[in-house]
Design a protein around this ligand. Structure first.
Ligand code: HEM
Length: 117
C-alpha cells in the first residue's frame, strides 16, 4: 500500500500535535512534519500551531511557492477520511442515538404498562 492510499481519520490526526509526532492535513492529504519542522523556512511556530489540524487555508494564505508544494509531498503519509456533513455527524453520534432510544423505550414501557391496567 502506498503512503497516499492509507486513510487517516480526523481523530487520529488530532493526536499528532506534539514535538514527538507532528502531523498536518492539507488539501485532503496528511503529512508527517515531525522532522521537517526543524528545517521549515518559515520557522517552527506556524507548523506547531497547525499540527493535528487541517492547515489547508493557513498553507494557502502564506502563498507558498510551487517548490514548497512539491517539497511537502516527501512527507505524505496518507489521505484524510472524507469530512462528513453536520447532519450525518449528528445522526451517527452515539449520544443522538441514546437520546432517541431512551425516551422511545420509556414511552413504549409506559404504554404497555397502561394497557395492562
Ligand atoms: C510540509 C509542509 C510545508 C512545507 C514543505 C513548507 C515549505 C515552506 C517553504 C519552502 C517556505 C519558503 C517560502 C516558499 O518557498 O514558499 C515556507 C515559508 C513559510 N511557511 Fe511553510 N511549509 C509547509 C507548511 C506550512 C504550514 C502548515 C504553515 C502554516 C501556516 C506554514 C507557514 C509558513 C510561513 C509563515 C512561512 C514564511 C513566509 C514568509 O516569510 O513570507 N508552512 N514554507
Amino acid at each position: 500500500m502506498s503512503a497516499s492510499q492509507k486513510i487517516i481519520s480526523w481523530s487520529e490526526l488530532s493526536k499528532h500535535n506534539t514535538m514527538d509526532s507532528l502531523w498536518v492535513a492539507m488539501d485532503g492529504k496528511c503529512y508527517d512534519v515531525t522532522e521537517f519542522i526543524k528545517e521549515h523556512p518559515g520557522g517552527p511556530k506556524p507548523i506547531k500551531y497547525n499540527s493535528g489540524k487541517d492547515a489547508t487555508e493557513a498553507f494557502v494564505k502564506v502563498k507558498h511557492s510551487d517548490d514548497a508544494k512539491e517539497w511537502r509531498e516527501k512527507f505524505l503519509i496518507g489521505t484524510m477520511e472524507e469530512k462528513k456533513c453536520l447532519a450525518v455527524r449528528i445522526l451517527t453520534n452515539p449520544l443522538t442515538l441514546i437520546g432517541i432510544a431512551v425516551p422511545l423505550t420509556a414511552i413504549l414501557v409506559w404504554r404497555v404498562y397502561k394497557s395492562r391496567q
